[in-house]
Ligand binder design. Structure first.
Ligand SMILES: C[S@@+](CC[C@H](N)C(=O)[O-])C[C@H]1O[C@@H](n2cnc3c(N)ncnc32)[C@H](O)[C@@H]1O
Length: 469
């Protein structure tokens, strides 16, 4: 580890070389790493060191001495406080470049995986209004801005979490990464809920009614779902709000009430009731049609989701004779995408409603060579457990949540002896960890493809192709 004379409280001139995951600038002084808040590559800043640790220090900029050639003005009024789009000040080409550097660093340097090819990132054509799902939180603990006076009302907010504050919500008027209709619904819900005197849920005392507002959009169909997550069921309270949204927005095709009575702060209920319209929304991707329930996973950027599936299809190299497993299959989109090039596909998924959606989606699309199984993959294939009624897979597609695969699942994978694994991930940190373990167990990483699903955020999706040695 490099020695350093840098001290807490020191003011220092730094040149920002790159971005760390999460969006902070990175500067190196004689090999010693300094993370600088609110800075972008190419800037030279005067910064104050406010924390010093053994391997790194943290600083905040006091003054920009030289501006970066990559700076652009952030269009969002909430940019300075909202933790969502931390890259908004960086031009898009540089965002994509930084994401690629980050993935390469994770795989090549940190995980020690050297011998694979990496494509250029597939960029997003649409860099704003691209999300087909947004989750907002109601709160009685509104984050107050520095220029707001003492009289400001703090007891009602509908918006997004302030970074690293589970209890504070930044009131949002306009979010640039959701469709404009989403902003109109958000503001109408906010005004009407206050007029009706509905109480936001308090995450500390667990008292209050309104917890989350989840919006879903069928970008290729025009369907819109409004999902109110409440802490208990009370039709008398929620119905006037739902009626108002129905009257104001006739294009809304589905209004749902999810009831989450648990303390966990998630926009997901133990059960749901239908307040208006259809229980699902429909979305189209390529020539496939998907019905999606409020709680089922569906790729959040429809256009870039299709690019991911195309990369999966190319990587899987199917000839029509293969048995395919689609692990963590959600509403079955990858299974259905691959089905016409495979002999049969088995999808595995934890959430019951997603398995039901997947089965219905297969029927809607007249696809008969797929089967979906409800399974907790943390232990479903654990050593000693095999599923003899299922055909042995030739190709396995894996698309786990951000935490990656459970270690028992990673260890069970080589036992199938599949010739090819296609590992889709929304978190290259956990993906590189799992891939390193698969490499120890007889697989080689051949290729990584990256798809930018979420412009202006640090996130990047990766598709890794592994083949048996
Ligand atoms: C990133 S999503 C992938 C969905 C799907 N492949 C797609 O493209 O739409 C991850 C999925 O894993 C499911 N999941 C999470 N933990 C699981 C577990 N332990 N066992 C099975 N499925 C799980 C989630 O419900 C979610 O549908």
């Amino acid at each position: 580890m490099p020695e350093t004379t840098i001290q807490k409280g020191q003011e220092i001139e730094l040149t920002i070389d790159s971005l760390a995951y999460g969006g902070r600038g990175v500067s190196k002084v004689d090999g010693y790493v300094i993370f600088v808040k609110n800075s972008i590559p190419g800037q030279k800043v005067k910064a104050l060191i406010y924390r010093k640790k053994k391997g790194y220090a943290e600083a905040r900029p006091l003054e920009v001495l030289e501006e970066s050639p990559h700076i652009v003005s952030a269009p969002c009024e909430h940019f300075a406080y909202c933790g969502g789009c931390t890259f908004q000040q960086l031009d898009y080409a540089e965002q994509v470049h930084q994401k690629k550097q980050h993935v390469e660093d994770l795989f090549r340097r940190q995980a020690g995986i050297a011998d694979f090819t990496i494509d250029e990132v597939i960029p997003a054509e649409k860099q704003f209004n691209y999300r087909n799902k947004m989750e907002f939180s109601f709160s009685n603990r509104r984050w107050t801005l520095p220029d707001e006076g003492d009289e400001t009302e703090r007891s009602f907010a509908l918006g997004l979490h302030v970074p690293r504050r589970y209890d504070k919500i930044l009131d949002i008027n306009s979010c640039h990464i959701q469709p404009e209709l989403g902003n109109e619904i958000l503001n109408t819900v906010k005004t009407k809920a206050r007029e009706l005197k509905l109480k936001p849920y308090d995450v500390k005392t667990h008292i209050g009614f309104l917890r989350h507002l989840v919006l879903r959009f069928g970008h290729n169909t025009g369907d819109v779902m409004v999902n109110f997550v409440t802490s208990y069921e009370n039709p008398e309270l929620i119905k006037p709000l739902a009626d108002h949204i129905h009257a104001q927005f006739p294009q809304v095709t589905s209004i749902i009430n999810n009831i989450n009575t648990k303390k966990a702060d998630i926009a997901f209920g133990e059960y749901e009731t239908l307040l208006y319209g259809e229980p699902t929304i429909t979305e189209k991707m390529g020539d496939l049609t998907f019905e999606i329930s409020a709680n089922s996973f569906f790729q959040t950027n429809t256009k870039q989701g299709a690019n991911i599936y195309q990369a999966v299809l190319e990587g899987a190299k199917l000839t029509g004779k293969e048995n395919v497993y689609d692990l963590y299959c959600g509403t079955g989109s990858i299974s259905l995408f691959l089905a016409k090039n495979a002999k049969e596909v088995h999808g595995f998924e934890l959430i019951t409603s997603a398995v039901e959606d997947a089965t219905r989606n297969a029927m809607t699309n007249l696809i008969t060579n797929v089967r979906f199984h409800k399974a907790n993959l943390d232990f479903f294939f654990k050593k000693g457990k095999s599923h003899k009624d299922l055909s042995v897979p030739d190709v396995i597609v894996i698309d786990p949540p951000r935490a990656g695969m459970h270690k028992d699942m990673v260890n069970a994978l080589p036992r199938f002896d599949a010739k090819r694994l296609v590992y889709v991930s929304c978190n290259p940190t956990t993906q590189s960890r799992d891939v390193a373990l698969l490499i120890e167990n007889g697989y080689g990483l051949k290729k990584l493809t990256m798809v930018d699903m979420f412009p202006h955020t640090p996130h990047i999706e990766t598709v890794g192709i592994l083949e048996k040695n």
